[in-house]
Design a protein around this ligand. Sequence first.
Ligand SMILES: Cc1cc2nc3c(=O)[nH]c(=O)nc-3n(C[C@H](O)[C@H](O)[C@H](O)COP(=O)(O)OP(=O)(O)OC[C@H]3O[C@@H](n4cnc5c(N)ncnc54)[C@H](O)[C@@H]3O)c2cc1C
Length: 494
Amino acid sequence: MAKDWLEGVNGSYDAVVIGSGLGGLTSANILGKMGHRVLVLEHHYQFGGLATWFKRPRRHIFDISLHGFPVGMIKSCRRYWTKEISDSIKQIKSIRFINPQFNIDTTFDRNDFTRILQETFQIPRERVEAFFEHLRQMNYYDRDTRTTKEMFEEFFPGRNDVHRLLMEPIAYANGSTWDDPAITYGIVFSNFMSKGVYIYQGGTDQLISRMTDELQRNGVEIRRNCLVEKVYTEDDPATGQRRVVGIRANGRGGESRDIACKAVVSNANIKNTVLQLAGAENFRPEFVAETEKVRVNTSSCQVYLGIREGESIPNIGDLVFTSEAPEYSSTELTDFNTTSRTFSVYYPDTRPQNPVQRYAIVASLNARWKDWEKLSEPDYAAAKERIITQALDGLEKFIPDIRQKVDWQEAATPRTVHHYTRHFGGTSFGTKFEGLKVSMELPEQVGGLYHAGSVGIIMSGWLGTINYGVIVASKADSFLMAAKRGEAAPAASN
Ligand SMILES: Cc1cc2nc3c(=O)[nH]c(=O)nc-3n(C[C@H](O)[C@H](O)[C@H](O)COP(=O)(O)OP(=O)(O)OC[C@H]3O[C@@H](n4cnc5c(N)ncnc54)[C@H](O)[C@@H]3O)c2cc1C
């Protein structure tokens, strides 16, 4: 009989967290610290969600989403995780852009961008300053309906080279396009511009191991290989409101189990949460219609290249944005045959704790689920082979003998993302802007039901999901505290 990964869990908890992405883990950690009895259930064999890693023969190790995040992670990790985690966040210094319009190397912060925009793109300093000032003053609560493209045109009319420089890295970071609201661009870009790009030194495996240690110290029960199949609800006799009463989960050991709880924090995609896990019947029809309309962001492909043990490669930069497209466009970036890819280069100092010096390179491409979803197995295999070959061809321009140095190569696609996370449309970056409203209004529909995960572009990425996890945990805490005091939880717990 297969191992039951749910063995030993209690029959009831204050809160069940569905999924162990950074949003779910952060919510769980805060709820645990606040003294609630919390169970985290993750269906994958590894914790971390998209912030995860995998190992391959010959001691290769690859990070899935450790490419770069804003400096705010240092503060968030110190406040909501541990000093040790926070102290391991280090800046990466060389971000390169190589395309038919320009070739630059930058630290990707406001000072350096101001210099580049002036010197390379000949934009007057006052214009650059006005742009940064405008971004700084943008407010989420302003009802500004402009798109990112419209904002670029206002500040840098007709300058598609400048638009490319500003947009390309953000499109890779969160899948946004220039038709998305300018505010989402403004928040994310300003976060990066404040002090550049950072990564976690030690690797995602070390980060998640430190996080799970901390969760255990805070009394959180955390289980992997456990799929949550259903969120149970019933009508609260006191208020008449629909409320959470438990979940059904399967730990791969055979029969599924029911676990009672007062609150659920779902780290699954918001559409999965409403339409599948809870089920449309629990929500007002207008809310279901709104959820159905939420657009998910695009997905991605990655090519993982492991450098043979003992080999080294020259320093070609930490993040290298390359493209052969004459001009930038969101369509080209996500095209099945895109020529745009970013190389993330992992030098030995990514994992200084390793006794052997290892290098790895990951090529990332944005991609659309619909292009990959229905490929036959032979076509799928051929498409993966093609993106590997193209990634190696692209790298040969920097490292001519790269093919001799690589002894592990494989590709991941939108289907891979979907397989491991179950996210609707294999999305890498959650939902478009409108997803945030649905996520935040969830507990008004079903008491005790919360969502912490990538939504609305701004609550996405490592920093966005951690910060959103904190916000959601504090709402769930108020709800649970009210329930413990025997008070009827407020319907509008937001
Ligand atoms: C290729 C790639 C590169 C990226 N690079 C960066 C980067 O460089 N910097 C950055 O900041 N961000 C990056 N991101 C985005 C970032 O990784 C994500 O935004 C963030 O990690 C998402 O966290 P999350 O909390 O939304 O949950 P996710 O990481 O999406 O995790 C959700 C978890 O819920 C689990 N789950 C879902 N349904 C169930 C269920 N029914 N039962 C049990 N478990 C369930 C899933 O298995 C998953 O583990 C990248 C993403 C991808 C795909």
